[in-house]
Design a protein around this ligand. Sequence first.
Ligand code: 5GP
Ligand code: 5GP
Ligand code: 5GP
Length: 208
Amino acid sequence: VLSASQDFDFFYFVQQWPGSYCDSKQGCCYPSTGKPASDFGIHGLWPNRDDGSYPSNCDSSNPFDISKISDLTSRMQSEWPTLACPSNNGLAFWGHEWDKHGTCSESVLNQHSYFATALGLKNEINLLQALKSAGIQPNGQKYSLSSIESAIQDASGYTPGIECNNDSSGNSQLYQIYLCVDSSASGFIQCPVFPRGRCGSSIEFPTF
Ligand code: 5GP
Ligand code: 5GP
Ligand code: 5GP
């Protein structure tokens, strides 16, 4: 059922490669809980429109409240680690994601279900395993965009959006992977529209 307050068509589920955040010119800081695993981490679950636009900061009357997800904290620390400086416990990142994006899907997901849903989605498709199965490893080597897309398509059945950033020497590298989720947040769908990827023809996959 579409409610008047649901001003989006689908979600992007976005995961980041920590090595590519950390070896950029800005660098990174590990969370106060320690260095994250060498795995993709959640960036966010972002309501989006089919035309590529998206709502943001939709409800300042419903700010992030950590007490609503106290049962999820240890999973959040391992699956949704913050890498921004200065080092912190992650609440700033999670709060930013809820306030900016989560409040725009509150007709579908309350604060607890927003974070629990994202954690559940991460378990459904193992991106690092999908890439490794195709011989694409975080070892500093370079890979083609099409090989990265195909690896995830083959393992999951869904074509991902691939976003690159630059390392401190200016090499294009694998930064974020976007998968699409239906507007009820019940499962993955083929993406209606892809993000601007900014990838070069040859993409580094750095270690972490
Ligand atoms: P950047 O400018 O680094 O690509 O993105 C900055 C922020 O804008 C992201 O962290 C995210 O909050 C938001 N953003 C960027 N692109 C998209 C998009 O395609 N869809 C949505 N929903 N948000 C986006
Ligand atoms: P966005 O607005 O693009 O959804 O999220 C980016 C914001 O979250 C930035 O303000 C950034 O400083 C903060 N942030 C905190 N930790 C991280 C992190 O690990 N990765 C990214 N991309 N942003 C983070
Ligand atoms: P924001 O102001 O939205 O937190 O961040 C703006 C941009 O700078 C985003 O693309 C975000 O990911 C990036 N950024 C913010 N803080 C850091 C940081 O400590 N390290 C890195 N590598 N990028 C950052």
